[in-house]
Design a protein around this ligand. Structure first.
Ligand code: ATP
Ligand code: MG
Length: 425
């Protein structure tokens, strides 16, 4: 027979044991849970580190991208990149300035569609075995309708493994360079012509003096025979005319040495219009004058400048036989000093613009106007502008003309301002 008390104590014993086992398992579970939480925390930390690193990488990539983009956009040359299929992948701001086409609107389009003119350069590159190809092209200036001289250079773009992934085109605006080149050629040509003219003038002057001497002796001998005296007088008039031409020619040939004075440019122009120096403005020509503020003082030689303005004004008057408008604009202007290292330093000039709305000139004639003896007039010597050019050059100034046939002509002269600190002052 079993004792009920001992049974109960056994049950209690078992219950206690079970409780202990339960507690043990619970404790193990708690430990595992804590361990798991620790690992999750660690993983969280690692993940956050990775995120930080990724973010840093992204920011660095963005910084490099912006940096490269800034370099590209700051280029003074146009840059276009096309992929192997000929589609534009990059196009910088300067390309837009040169071509007048918005850079953003080019991306993804084919080069042939947007810039058909450049296609031939890329085609030539294909045959050049990877060497850079350059070609000069004239394109319309998007800003003023003039012509821009562009040098286009095409080179292949290679990847790390030496495969060609596209083509890069560099557009260089050569307009100013070409203008300077033409100016240098013009100066050289005029210098040579001047030397030649001086030689010829001296050679002719001596025999001319003899003709004049003998003609005057002959005239004395023929006194009383008025008919023959008249003939001799014709010879003498011809000789005097030739002598005048030679004097003008020598004026062109000798290098003018300006003596530096304060020249009130507006006053010189007023003198001119008042009839000094053979200027006579006909009634059918309306003179319009505009001047910048203050007294415009140039650093120049009054006597030499008195030979320049009358010629420009007379040329303008002669270009308007039916009448018209003669505009004289004077102002102070500044021109970047090419010799200065700091491009911000500009030289001060007094500029005079003489504009007429007369017959104008063809481009062919315009290219020759500063050549001595180039004239389209029956009674012109063709020396006016050649002399003016030399005088202005001797002042370290510039003289330029723009003209359109049937529309008119505009001459602009720039003479150093008096307050400009030129070496020669
Ligand atoms: N304002 C102008 N409009 C049209 N053509 C011009 C003008 N100025 C100059 N030219 C052209 O340039 C040429 C040369 O001018 P330049 O003053 O040197 O000589 P010219 O006027 O012909 O002769 P000169 O000055 O001896 O009287 C002129 O014959 C003319 O064809
Ligand atoms: Mg003239």
């Amino acid at each position: 027979m079993t004792n009920p008390d001992s049974n109960k104590s056994k049950e209690i014993q078992t219950l206690i044991q079970n409780m202990e086992t339960f507690n043990e398992v619970t404790e193990q579970l708690q430990n595992s849970y804590d361990e798991l939480q620790g690992r999750v925390k660690k993983l969280d930390l690692e993940l956050s580190d990775k995120n930080d690193e990724l973010e840093k990488n992204l920011a660095e990539k963005e910084r490099v991208k912006n940096y490269l983009n800034d370099i590209l956009e700051s280029q003074t040359n146009g840059v276009i990149v096309v992929d192997r299929a000929g589609n534009i992948t990059t196009c910088n701001k300067t390309t837009g300035t040169i071509t007048g086409i918005k850079p953003q609107s080019c991306i993804g389009k084919s080069l042939n569609e947007v810039f058909p003119l450049f296609e031939s350069v890329v085609a030539r590159l294909g045959k050049s075995r990877g060497e850079t190809i350059s070609q000069d092209k004239d394109i319309a200036n998007a800003n003023d309708g003039g012509t821009l001289h562009i040098r286009i250079s095409a080179s292949p773009v290679w990847d790390n493994h030496g495969g060609q992934i596209g083509t890069i085109l560099i557009l260089q605006d050569m307009t100013e360079f070409r203008r300077m080149e033409e100016l240098a050629q013009r100066n050289q040509r005029l210098r040579e012509m001047g030397e030649m003219a001086a030689g010829i003038a001296h050679e002719i002057r001596n025999p001319l003096a003899s003709i004049e001497l003998f003609a005057s002796l002959l005239k004395k001998d023929l006194q009383g025979d008025s008919e023959k005296e008249d003939l001799v007088q014709h010879i003498r008039a011809g000789v005097q005319n030739m002598d005048r031409i030679i004097s003008t020619l020598l004026l062109f040939a000798k290098s003018a040495q300006p003596s530096r004075q304060q020249c009130d440019i507006n006053l010189l122009l007023t003198e001119c219009l008042e009839g000094i120096n053979n200027v006579l403005v006909p009634e059918n020509i309306n003179v319009i004058r505009k001047s910048g503020p203050g007294t415009l003082l140039a650093n120049g030689d009054r006597e030499l400048l008195r030979q320049v303005f009358p010629n420009l004004i007379n040329n303008a008057i002669q270009a308007m036989p039916e009448g018209g408008e003669l505009n004289l604009i004077t102002q102070k202007s500044s021109v970047p000093n090419p010799k200065a290292e700091n491009s911000a330093t500009a030289r001060q000039y007094i500029s005079v613009t003489v504009t007429d709305n007369g017959v104008g000139m063809s481009a062919d004639n315009l290219a020759k106007i500063f050549n001595p003896f180039f004239t389209t007039k029956d009674k012109g010597t063709g020396l006016g502008l050649a002399i003016s050019h030399n005088i202005i050059k001797a002042h370290q100034g510039t003289i330029d003309a723009v003209s359109e046939e049937g529309r008119g002509t505009s001459f602009t002269i720039k003479i150093p301002s008096w307050d400009e600190d030129f070496d020669e002052k």
